[in-house]
Design a protein around this ligand. Sequence first.
Ligand SMILES: O=c1ccn([C@@H]2O[C@H](COP(=O)(O)OP(=O)(O)O[C@H]3O[C@H](CO)[C@@H](O)[C@H](O)[C@H]3O)[C@@H](O)[C@H]2O)c(=O)[nH]1
Ligand SMILES: [Mn+2]
Length: 581
Amino acid sequence: MAYDYPPEKLSVYLSDDGGSDLTFYAMVEASRFSKIWLPFCNKFKVEPRSPEAYFSKATEPLVDPDMAKEWSSIKKSYEDMKKRIETTTKLGRVSEEIRKEHKGFSEWNSVASRQDHQAILQILIHRKDQKAVDIEGQPLPTLVYLAREKRPHIHHNFKAGAMNALIRVSSRISNGPIILNVDCDMYSNNSVAARDALCFFMDEEKGREIAFVQFPQTFENLTKNDLYSSSLNVINEVDFLGFDGNGGPCYIGSGCFHRRDTLCGHKYSKEYKADWKRWNDRKMGLKYGCPVEDILTGLAIHCRGWKSVYLNPERKAFLGVAPTTLLQSLVQHKRWTEGHVQVFVSNCPFVFGHKKMPLKLQLSYSPYLLWAVNCLGTLYYVVVPSLCLLRGISLFPEISNPRVVPFLFVIFVHRAYSLGEFVWCGGTFGGWWNDQRMWLFKRISSYFFALFDNILKLLGFTESAFVITAKVADDDVSQRYEEEVMEFGASSPMFTIIATLALLNAFCLVGGMKRVIMEDDVQTLLSDPFALQILLCGLLVLINLPVYQGLFLRKDNGRMPTSLTLRSIMFALLVCALVLY
Ligand SMILES: O=c1ccn([C@@H]2O[C@H](COP(=O)(O)OP(=O)(O)O[C@H]3O[C@H](CO)[C@@H](O)[C@H](O)[C@H]3O)[C@@H](O)[C@H]2O)c(=O)[nH]1
Ligand SMILES: [Mn+2]
C-alpha cells in the first residue's frame, strides 16, 4: 500500500487460501494502521515500507527531533497493533468484541471448514469511498480481502487457482492494466520498484511487446554461508541476465509485474488493442495442473510472441523466506523439478515455441526444464566408480596418461570456474562448498524422486500435488539454522538415499585404500590406475562429513533418526557385500 505511487491508482488484494477470520482481522487492523503509516512513509521517505521490516532494523532518528517524535508514536501504534493481533492469534478465535467492529466477520458464521465455504470478499478500503483517506486527507489505495470459494469435491488448484480468483475479482473492482503478484512469504523492500517496472511497459519503442517484468527472488533469512544453497545468487546475477538477452526471463511466480491482457491469453501483435473482459475464455489467467504454474504460464506467454524483462535493482525489490531445514529445501526442489519436467513433456519449448520464440530462448528454458534427468549421471558417478574401486576395477586413466586431461578438466578447472563465479556473485568460500553439497544432495534425492514420480504419473499411478514450503520453524530448529548445523531430524526416503550413499562411499574408500596399500608392487600416485577413483571417492566422503556427523556423532534433535541410521548402514553393507562376493 505504501508504494511510491499515486494511491488512487493502486489497489491491493490479499488472497487468503486459509480462509481464516484471523487473517481478516489482521487486515482490518492493517487498514486502520495504513492511515498513519502511509503519511509517515511519504513524509520521511521511509525504506523499506513494510513496518515490520522497518522497525526491526531501523534505529531511532535522534538528529531530527520532529521525526523522532512521530517515529516513536508510530512505532508504539505498530507494536500495539501487533500485540492485539498476536493475542487474538494465540486465543485462536476472534473475540465477540472485535467481531462487532466490522460487519465482514459475519461471513464466517456460514463457514463450515477451511475446505468448504462460500467466497468471502470484503472491500476494506474503496477509493470511491469519500472517507477512505489517511490522517492527512490523502486518498488511500483500495484494499480487498478475498477467500475464494472452496468445495471439497472441486479441485482448488493451489496457487494458480488463487491467482485466477484474484485476477477475476480485481477485474470487477479496479481493473488495473498492470498486476504485481507477490507470494505470502515475501514483502516489498523497495518503494520505487513499481515505477521502475512501469518504465519498461511504457517505453514508446519497445514497451508494447513486453508481457511481464520479473524481479529476482531474494531472501531475507539467509545465513552467512547459506547452508542449504537457497540464495539463487548465480541464477540471479548470471543466468537470468543471459535469459534476458535471449528474449526475457521465465516467470518465477513472485515479484513479477504482468500486463493484465497477456495473462488473459492475448497474442502479441503490433496492432493489438486491449479487450480483455472475455471472462469465459478458457485461456484466461495462470495455467494450472502443474506444480510450477509460474514457469508454465511464462512459457505460454513467450510462445504467444511476447517478450519479458529482468530487473535486478541494487536495492532488492522483494525479500522472502527461504527453507530453513534440509528436508524443506529438498522437498521444494522436488516440487520444482517435477513441475519442470512436466512442462518439458507437456509443453516442450522446442515444439510449442517453434517459430514463435527465438531458438535461444527455447534453449534458455531447457537446463531448468531438464533438471530431473541430471540425477542419472550424478547417481552413476556417486555409485559406480566407488564400487569399482572396492572391487578393484579401474575406470579412469592414470594421471601420467594424456587421456586423463578431460577428467582433470572436469574435476579441477570446471570447479575452479564455479568457485570464481560463486564468489563473484557475492558468495563466500564456505557458501560455495555448501552449494556443492546441496548440488549433490538435490541430484541424488529431489531430482531422482521427481523423475521417478513423473514416470509414475505418466503411467497414470499418481497425481502431483503442491507441497507448501513451511513458513515457521521450532526454536531449536531455527537456532541450528542460525548456527549452520544441518537439520536432518526426520525420517524421509530422501535422507535414506543420502545416508546410504554417503556410507557406501566411506566403505569403498576404506576398502579401496586397503587394496592399494596392500598391493605388492607399491605404485606411485602418477601411475596408479585407481588414483582418480580414490580422489573422487575421497571428495565425496569429504563433502558428506555433515551426514556422518548426523548419523553417528550428534545428540541433538536434528541428527538422523536411529532407525534411519541402522537402515542405511544395512543397505550400504549389503551393496558392498554384493559387489565383493
Ligand atoms: O494452495 C496454495 C498454495 C500456495 N499458495 C501461494 O503460493 C505461494 C508459493 O508457495 P510456497 O509454499 O511459498 O512455495 P515456494 O516453493 O516458496 O514457491 C516458489 O515456487 C512456486 C512454484 O512451485 C512459485 O509459484 C513461487 O512463486 C515460488 O516462490 C505461497 O506463498 C502462497 O502465496 C496459495 O495461494 N495457495
Ligand atoms: Mn515461498
